[in-house]
Ligand binder design. Sequence first.
Ligand code: ZN
Length: 164
Amino acid sequence: MNIAQDSVVAFHYRLSEEGGSEIETSRDGSPSLYLHGHKNILPALEAAFEGRTSGDTFSVTLSPAEAYGTRRESNLQRIPIKHLMSSGTGKVKPKPGMVVSVQTNQGVRQVTVVKVGKFNVDADTNHPLAGKTLTFDIEIMEVRGASAEEKAHGHAHGVGGHQH
Ligand code: ZN
């Protein structure tokens, strides 16, 4: 089946800076899963999936505006350490250069720690990939229709997707 509204798509990806080295890949784990047409992934990336099918491979290059935005200089913010979230269960011990998640009014954001104090950190609130032109090398592993529950939730369920 071809990818259309409410398709659940399993795909492997390799993310790199245009003409540069690899930033991230799904190849060492399960494929990623998303629900098409629900803004689960970057809109420009989602558009490149439209109409494709299982077994397709393709590359798509996104400008910073299409990906994570342009970098703003001096986007420093002082954040209480207790507001930092780790992906695991333990407490975060921030170090300069570390990318951590913060709960904000606009949802969870990723920031980069610049300086660590006793109770606060100074963090760069630019997205870690802001300002970068990014290339995604994609291989589509599986396409299926969404369940009623997945449509209601607005995301895909299963390994590589939402598990709750
Ligand atoms: Zn769900």
